[in-house]
Design a protein around this ligand. Structure first.
Ligand code: AMP
Length: 299
């Protein structure tokens, strides 16, 4: 494995073929030589603790590009809560293993915050035409400024042809599309379907922190979304949201943070349904003090 790290104290791996870069300079040099041979670059940003949901994005990138780069970086500027940041799972060895099992030519970039941000680990301010004020934006102050800042840094270093994002974080996906068009970043953003556990629970790095009981109960979110979709054919958005709120009130394991039936372009709550518009239903809820999010398309 090609790994130059006096920056990170990484254990030694057997995956000798993998390129694991920790510095911007290594990435820059690698990208420059790849660009000379006209290779397309697929990029998958992650915060590690990789699971099959991440793997589906990485596999799609491998299929569609000559080179794939996966970043594993827990971005401090997108956390509004320092204990959430501290508790975020860190499983780099497993992550490298999972990636090497997909394709050993994938390049991994796992910088420290200081290496990526240099001396200024702080968010810039972004305007995403109001997308940033809905749902997650109301409950996680500064979150999307952190996401915009880190992706700006990664995109300008990696200069990907295509970048892959999960619909699991649908608001993030729409915001990244806005970032790229508004600031002319020249990256093709590709949205990928939500990968679920057999129970219907959307895969998430946070699921690892759930107790066995909570993990069983957590499929309730997806079940409720599916039932809400059925109701939305005949009922108003307000009625369906009201029903969801009541279902969560009856469930002793969960605390609902929000439910929103929203237009997929504006992410604004639906007032009156229109046949020409597309809608999704979004939920954020706590179980075992762990915050889970999910969403599905309604039409
Ligand atoms: P994260 O490591 O949680 O920041 O996620 C990295 C990328 O993987 C984001 O684009 C997520 O939307 C995507 N992702 C996470 N979980 C899933 C999932 N269950 N299905 C599809 N994509 C996912």
């Amino acid at each position: 494995m090609q790994i130059s790290s006096n920056v990170l104290d990484l254990p030694s791996f057997n995956f000798y073929k993998m390129k694991v870069f920790t510095t911007r300079k290594e990435v820059f040099t690698f990208i420059n030589s790849s660009k000379k041979s006209n290779k397309t670059i697929g990029y998958v940003p992650t915060m590690g603790a990789l699971h099959n949901g991440h793997a589906s994005l990485i596999e799609q990138s491998v299929t569609e590009n000559s080179i794939t780069i996966v970043s594993v970086f827990i971005n401090p500027t997108q956390f509004d809560n320092s204990s959430d940041l501290d508790k975020y799972p860190r499983t780099l060895e497993n992550d490298i293993n999972l990636i090497s099992n997909i394709d050993s030519s994938i390049v991994i970039f796992t910088p420290t915050a200081k290496e990526l941000y240099q001396d200024n680990v702080a968010s810039k301010k972004y305007f995403f035409d109001g997308l940033e004020h809905e749902m997650e934006g109301k409950h996680r102050a500064g979150h999307f400024d952190g996401v915009g800042t880190v992706l700006d840094l990664f995109f300008s270093l990696i200069t990907p042809t295509n970048a892959y994002f999960g619909e699991k974080d649908f608001q993030q996906l729409q915001i990244v599309k806005k970032l790229v068009t508004k600031y002319n970043l020249g990256v093709n953003i590709i949205g990928c379907a939500i990968f679920r556990e057999q129970s219907g629970l959307a895969m998430s790095s946070r699921n690892e922190r759930l107790s066995t009981k909570a993990r069983q109960e957590a499929s309730f979110i997806n079940k409720t979304l599916i039932e809400a979709k059925e109701q939305f054919y005949t009922k108003s958005a307000a009625k369906v949201e009201g029903w969801v709120i009541k279902e969560f009130e009856k469930n002793k394991y969960f605390n609902l943070e929000y439910v929103s039936i929203a237009n997929i372009k504006t992410l604004k709550p639906v007032k009156r349904k229109s046949k020409n518009q597309q809608y999704r239903i979004f939920i954020a809820a706590f179980i075992d003090n762990i915050r889970l999010i999910d969403n599905i398309a309604l039409n």
